[in-house]
Design a protein. Sequence first.
Lengths: 321, 246
Amino acid sequence: MHRTSWKQLSLGGTVLVLVIILPLVVASPFGQHVMILTFMFAMCGVAWTLMGGYAGMFSFGQAAFFGIGAYTSSFLLLTFHVSPWIGLVAGGIIASLLAAAIGYPCSNLRGHYFAIASIAFAEIIHIIFNNWKMVGAAEGLTIPMLKESLANFMFHSSKLPYYYIILAFLLLAVTVCYWVSTSKMGYYFRAIKESHEIAQVLGVDVVRYRLYAIMLSAFLTSMAGTFYAQYILYIDPESVMILAVSVQIVLVAMLGGANTVLGPVVGAAILVPFSEYARAWLGYKGTGFDMIIYGALITVISMYQPNGVWGAITELVRREK
Amino acid sequence: MNAPLLLDVQRVSKYFGGLRANDNISFQVSRGEILSIIGPNGAGKSTLFNCITGFHRLDKGRVLFKGLDITNRKPHVIAKLGAVRTFQIAQVISDMTVLENVMTGGFLRHVRVKDVRLNAEEVLAFTGLMAKRNYNAQALSVSDKKRLEVSMALAMEPELLMLDESMAGLTPVELKEMIELIRKVRGKGITIVVVEHVMEAVMELSDRVIVLNYGRKILEGSPKEVVADREVIRAYLGDRYDAVGQ
């Protein structure tokens, strides 16, 4: 049952107002940077949930879609002076088409086997970009400086516009995910996750609906990639296409609660600030101590809350009633 | 058989390596009837279901449904045409509620979520699971799971319902209720084919029975004819019992 009550709506509205005001209160550039990264990974986690949480396709290769989003808009801007906003859509389309092309032959792969295939796929893309001269190979691409404007998707004087853009992207991802989860597609995804046989008996075209899940997920993840490129203004395969990015996305979704729309948002809100602040405080010592603490947090959550933090919260609320 | 033909299985064969799981099997089902398929374990009953509903590719033969050739069509296409099946071990979506499970079936015929929910609630009222509509499907007893599976199939508004051992493992009371439910389903004008081991149910329900043994059809007839047949007794109980029985 997915009926939204007024209580939930007003709670959501309050949270929204808070996150709109938040960067005005937290004025430090680093604080704002952490929040921007949090929203970006939250968006990727929500996109992952569509295929991993709902349709049961555990992708460890999301970095490929993220990277393609970053590279498509940057390449088009550098070479043809195409607006990053058009690049954003182009990247999404290319990522979706690639997702379909690789997803179709993997139609029968489930569970671990799908996960392995997704790692292999992302590593192949990674290696191709590392050696592809036209897109800068291992040197990567530097996004040319343009005048600060929304049309140019570029801002120099403040991080705030980036903050509100990625917040809007995250809201879009959450809305898409919520809409899918309450519609026919969401029900069919969950049937596919249970088993292909039962989905087929229920009249679900399993191959087609799996492709829908992968393509939607790829499109949204690619959007986050374009955002990253426009925000950092420099990309190379080692920053946008590595396995660590894919793993971070999976962690955000799984530890937050992968079967829900908002779980990945909660997951990102815990993991990303934790990892960024641990790095800022301890990382410079070069002892790797920040990574140990981060690893310990992940271990603790997965040991005590296998359903994710969001699962624990909803369980608490249910008990209160 | 005056009623129009719904399902026409023509010389179907399915081999697994050297094993002839289904060997040249033909039978027909008319609209509105209840046909039972019986036979000892390994006789090829479930394989036959899989062949008809697109889960196995046939090696030989054809399957016609409503006059359409559905041989080797994909399962979801066959479901959409109106032939829906259940499994020997009840298959439900475990992290959904009972209502959501039935709704998932209903999306085959309705687009709007509201219509799907109304339709699902009607089905649950019909099958007697309405009180448990918000239960988690995983929490149901074996008999309720089987009832849920039938509900999911009914939400798909089938013309042909194929039940694979819906009675297995039920208590006598549950068995009676299930027989009652299947009668009610037929009352809606839905044609039913069951694979069944529970002879009590077969005798009570069936208009016609076909018997499989070692992948071949050895007999077709009324329930009374079938239980009186010597070859059937031999298939189930072996030659010695037959000799003593004489």
